[in-house]
Structure formats: C-alpha cells, structure tokens
Design a protein around this ligand. Structure first.
Ligand code: HSE
Length: 354
C-alpha cells in the first residue's frame, strides 16, 4: 500500500460506481441538492489489534500490529438522529474514559469517519467500546479504539472508504489524546509494519515481512501516559546520536524487507535518542532489557511510550524463556508485578469485523 494524497472527498457518484450496492441517494432539500448516504446494516462490530510503535529508532515513523488482545467497537444505527454520534457504554476502562463523543477517541474517530463519507449520513451512530487493551500501556490502546471505531462506522455504511483513508479519522483521534502521529493507528487499521513518511500530507508504506518473527510483550503494572513520556524528549539531539538512529532505522527497514528477525532486533535495540530518556522513568527497565538479551532475545526496547517492554525473537520457545526473564527482572529490579506477558506474532490484517 502506498498512499500519497490528502483524502479527496469521495464523490457520491464515484462511490456508487465502485460499489453499486451502496445506498447513496440525492435528495432535494429546500431547493438545494443534498447527497445522503444510507446505512447498509443496522449494527456492526469491529476489532482492532494492539500495536508496537515505536520500534526503537523508528520513533513516530514505524509501527506494527501484533496478534492477541485488542479493542472492539460496536456501531449501531440511530435512525432519527442524522449525523450524530453518541457513546452508549464503555467496558474495561475502569470508568476512566469519557462517554462524551467529542472527548473520547472512539467518538472522535466516528465523527471524523462520518465526515469522510463524502455524503450526509441519513442516520446517527451509537457506539459501544469494549477495551481489551490497558490504558497507557504502550500497546496503542487509543489507536486500537479509534481504528475499531472507524472501521465499524465505515462498515455500517457498506465500506465506502478504504482503510488508508480512515487513517485520517484515526489521526484526528490520536491528536486529541496522544499527539498527531500515525505509527499506531496506521498498523491498527492496516496490519503489518507501516512506515510513516509523513502525516501531513499522509504518506506511508505498508511493508511486507516474510520470516519467523515473534514479539515478547511484557506489560508491568505501572502507567506511563504518552503525554508525560513525550514531555521528556530532547528538543535538540547531537549529530552522533542522529547518525546512529538513522543507521539503525535503515537497518530496521532492511531487516523487515529481508525477513531477518535478528537484524530487526539489533536495530530495535539500538535507539540512542528516545529510550535513554524514557527508560529510566520505567522502574527496572534497564534490568529487563539486560535480562531479555541474556535469555536470547535479538533486541529489546520500550513499546510505544511504555511501560510495556518488547523483545524480538525468531523462535517461540526462546520467546517463553525471554518472557520469564523479563517478568522476573521487572519484579526484582523494578518492584513491579506484570499485568500481562505474552509471545505473539505480527498481525497482518489490522482492523476487521467480528
Ligand atoms: N510514537 C509514540 C511515542 C507512540 O512513542 O510517543 C505512543 O503514542
């Protein structure tokens, strides 16, 4: 996938031509032509996976989706409230997320998706969110919610928009909660590895990976809000560190394209800019990294803004040993119990109906 342009408002005629089943119709309203889009279903549920972004030197420009838990959003037609978005309920957030749609990432993603449809929705949308991912975990929790919401709403109207275009809806949502970066929301929608060249205008590349690759993800019981973890980033960076991260970022891409898990691990392990300032804020992270490498991981770093630690292996049995070592190190060196620890593969599908 290679996507360069801003989202051209999808003209109704074009949508109809491409997808003849779509219920788009023109109506005369007070003497003016207005184009409406009707839902094609009453209710749709969509799932979006966890994501790992950053992958070491891939800060804000490289992320990938991983199998396992994710968030599920159900979108239901509200027949008599055209264009409105409401949130009916949220489960799994401990009551911490707002039910006010414009203040919630699923609400924002749904509102933006309706705008992207290119025609006025003839109904409103009611959402429910089931959080499978912990908040502030470094596993792309907000992006999974936004991606699932965008895909559920798009599906409610017969999927007039490609996933690439829905990244804009996800970006609007991410901007409100963690910053204007697509390294989580692009892979949450598209699956696989996504290299983000630019968000404005959106320019990204989905990279295929053919090889044995497993992610060891250990999420300790500690919260690292993205906004706080971004506040510690350096404003200026010495040239030596820039050169290192460019070389390692290139190696990361090479490792993906070559299907070389060892090279991905080595690159991911070698961030000289972000990990050195964020690592000390996560209790025990330094020891966790050492333990992962000693147990056979090719590399280990902070997943996203943390506190989850991610290690790379090419063999799930090695992954189990690495996982045990990381869990023990979080406890011994950081005094942290873990919420979850798992060895998972790349998710190549991204957001999907469930
Ligand atoms: N790239 C982002 C960061 C991901 O590390 O701050 C977390 O939202």
């Amino acid at each position: 996938m290679h996507c360069h342009s801003r989202p051209a408002p999808p003209a109704a005629a074009r949508c109809c031509a491409r997808r003849p089943h779509l219920a788009i119709r023109a109506q005369q309203v007070a003497g003016q032509g207005k184009v409406y889009i009707d839902p094609t279903e009453k209710e749709v549920a969509a799932f979006a996976p966890a994501t790992v972004a950053n992958l070491g030197p891939g800060f804000d420009w490289m992320g990938c989706a991983v199998e396992g838990e994710g968030d599920v959003v159900t979108a239901r037609v509200l027949p008599d409230r055209p264009g409105q978005v409401v949130i009916d309920s949220i489960q799994g957030d401990g009551g911490r997320l707002s039910l006010d749609a414009p203040k919630n990432c699923v609400g924002i993603a749904a509102i933006e998706t309706l705008k992207l449809l290119g025609a006025a929705p003839s109904c409103g949308v009611a959402l429910t969110l089931q959080k499978g991912l912990p908040l502030g975990s470094g596993l792309g929790s907000s992006a999974a919610s936004a991606a699932a919401a965008a895909w559920a709403v798009n599906s409610l109207f017969g999927c007039p928009l490609p996933k690439e275009q829905l990244i804009y809806a996800g970006l609007a949502s991410e901007a409100a909660v963690s910053g204007y970066h697509a390294d989580n929301v692009a892979p949450a929608l598209l699956g696989g590895f996504c290299l983000i060249r630019s968000c404005e205008p959106l320019d990204l590349q989905r990279l295929a990976f053919a090889g044995e690759l497993w992610f060891v993800l250990v999420n300790p019981r500690f919260e690292a809000p993205t906004a706080e973890m971004r506040a510690v980033l350096p404003k200026e960076v010495p040239m030596k560190q820039v050169i290192n991260n460019c070389a390692m970022g290139g190696s990361l891409v090479a490792g993906i394209l070559l299907g070389d898990a060892a090279l991905i691990g080595k690159a991911l392990n070698s961030d000289a800019i972000v990990e050195p300032v964020r690592g000390p804020l996560i209790p025990g992270f330094g020891a966790v990294k050492e333990a992962a490498l000693a147990a056979g991981a090719f590399g280990c770093t902070i997943s996203g803004a943390g506190p989850t630690a991610v290690a790379i292996v090419s063999d799930p049995e090695v992954g189990q040993r690495v996982q045990a070592a990381m869990v023990a190190a979080f406890k011994a060196a950081g005094g942290l119990e873990v919420n979850s620890a798992k060895v998972v593969r790349l998710d190549n599908e991204g957001a999907k109906r469930v």
